[in-house]
Design a protein around this ligand. Structure first.
Ligand SMILES: C[S@@+](CC[C@H](N)C(=O)[O-])C[C@H]1O[C@@H](n2cnc3c(N)ncnc32)[C@H](O)[C@@H]1O
Length: 356
C-alpha cells in the first residue's frame, strides 16, 4: 500500500500540534531545501501545506516530518508541487476575459457587433464539468455581465485613449510602441494563452491592430516547462468556448484518450520566465496590463504590500492591474485606484481625477 493512500481519522489535519520552535526549525530547513521564500506567504497557508503532506507521508509531529524530509529528496519535490498549487484552466472566470477583450474593442474604437468572438463557454460544457445545478446557476448569474457599467469605461478612459494612440503608432509611453502585458503568475500557461488567443482573434479582424507583447512568469519550473510544451488535458478545457477551442487547438491521440495541442502561432506569442516574483522581475519591461490572479491570497499582509510595490513600479502610468475576484478588495494602494470592484481592477494614476 502506498503511503499516500494511508489516510485515517487520527491523522486529520486539525489534530496535528504546532509549536513555534518546531515550526520555525522546519521552515528554516524547508527554505534551505526548496529555495522558497516562506516569509512572503500567509502562515495559515504554509501550515496547511505542511500538514497536508504530513498526513500523506504519514508523520504525526512536525519533528517527525523534519527528520523525514531531511533525508528524502522525493518528498522535497512533492512538497514544492503541493505548495505552489498551480491549478488553473483556460478562460478561468471567463467574464474577466470578456472585459479584457472589451477594453481593446472600446479602446480601438471598433464596433462590438463587427467582431467575431465568443468567450463565454456553452452551457452544455459547464454542465459537463460542474454539477448541473451550479453550472446553470452560474450561467444565469453571469448573463448580465456582457453589459459593462459605463462608469468603468469613464474611469478607465485614459487607458483606452492610449490604446488608440498605439493604434496610430504615436507611442506615448512605451519604449517600443507596443502594448506590454504580464501574466503573473501564469502556472501552466492557460491564462497567458487565453489572452494571446483573444488578441490574435481581434488582430485578424481589426485593421492596424497595435503591436503587443505577452510575458508570463511563475516560480514553479515544472509548470513553466509544461506551459512551453502547450499540450493540455480536458481538465484545462472546461471553460473554453467551442469558438476558441476549435480555432486554436488540435486534438492529439494518446494511449489514454486525446490531448489538446495549442497552435504554434499562439505558443510563439508568449515569453515564459521562471522566477520568484517576490524577489523582483527578470524582464526589462514596463507593462500596460498586469494580470495577477490567485497569488496575493497566499501572501501575508506585510509581504503582499512589498509585492504590490513591485507591481506598481512595473506598471506604466494609466496601466491597469487585474487581480480577479478572489483577492482582498482595497480602494486604493499608492497610485493604484480601484475602478472595478467586481473584478478587482486597478488603474495606476497619479491624477487627482481618480483619487476617491
Ligand atoms: C493558482 S495558480 C494561478 C494561475 C493563474 N494566474 C490563474 O489565475 O489561473 C498560482 C501560481 O502561483 C505561483 N506562485 C506562488 N508563489 C509564487 C512566487 N513567489 N512567484 C511566482 N509565482 C508564484 C504558483 O507556482 C502557482 O502556479
Amino acid at each position: 500500500m502506498s503511503f499516500d493512500s494511508n489516510l485515517n481519522k487520527d491523522n486529520l489535519i486539525e489534530n496535528i500540534p504546532v509549536d513555534e520552535k518546531s515550526y520555525n526549525s522546519l521552515i528554516h530547513l524547508l527554505r534551505k531545501k526548496t529555495g522558497l521564500n516562506f516569509e512572503y506567504y500567509n502562515k495559515t497557508f504554509i501550515e496547511k501545506r505542511i500538514k497536508s503532506r504530513m498526513i500523506r507521508v504519514p508523520c504525526k509531529t512536525l519533528n517527525q516530518y523534519y527528520d523525514f524530509i531531511s533525508s528524502n529528496n522525493e518528498e522535497v519535490k512533492k512538497f514544492i508541487d503541493g505548495f505552489t498549487i498551480n491549478y488553473t484552466f483556460f478562460f478561468r472566470d471567463y467574464d474577466v476575459f470578456e472585459l479584457f477583450q472589451d477594453l481593446f474593442i472600446q479602446g480601438l474604437r471598433v464596433s462590438r457587433k463587427d467582431i467575431k468572438s465568443n468567450i463565454r463557454p456553452e452551457s452544455s460544457k459547464l454542465v459537463k464539468f460542474r454539477t448541473k445545478s451550479n453550472a446553470v446557476k452560474n450561467f444565469h448569474r453571469n448573463r448580465h455581465l456582457t453589459e459593462k457599467p459605463s462608469r468603468f469605461y469613464v474611469d478607465i478612459f485614459i487607458f483606452l485613449n492610449q490604446l488608440s494612440y498605439y493604434k496610430k503608432m504615436k507611442g506615448v509611453k512605451s519604449t517600443d510602441n507596443c502594448i506590454n502585458i504580464w501574466s503573473c503568475p501564469c502556472a501552466t500557461g492557460e491564462e497567458p494563452y487565453s489572452l494571446a488567443m483573444i488578441l490574435d482573434n481581434l488582430e485578424t479582424q481589426v485593421p492596424r491592430f497595435p503591436k503587443y507583447r505577452i510575458v508570463a512568469s511563475d516560480i514553479a519550473p515544472e509548470a513553466i516547462k509544461k506551459a512551453k510544451i502547450g499540450i493540455y488535458t480536458d481538465d484545462s478545457m472546461k471553460e473554453i468556448s467551442d469558438y476558441y477551442e476549435n480555432k486554436y487547438f488540435s486534438k492529439q491521440k494518446t494511449h489514454f484518450g486525446h490531448t489538446n495541442v495549442i497552435k504554434e502561432n499562439i505558443k510563439n506569442k508568449i515569453e515564459f520566465v521562471e522566477e520568484d516574483v517576490t524577489k523582483g522581475h527578470k524582464m526589462p519591461y514596463r507593462y500596460d496590463i498586469i494580470f495577477c490572479r490567485y497569488l496575493l491570497i497566499y501572501f501575508n499582509r506585510e509581504n503582499r504590500h512589498k509585492f504590490l510595490k513591485i507591481i506598481e513600479n512595473r506598471l506604466n502610468e494609466n496601466g491597469i492591474l487585474i487581480l480577479g475576484k478572489t483577492e482582498t478588495l482595497f480602494d486604493s494602494w499608492g497610485s493604484l485606484q480601484l475602478v472595478d470592484s467586481r473584478n478587482r481592477i486597478y488603474l495606476k494614476s497619479h491624477s487627482k481625477l481618480f483619487q476617491k
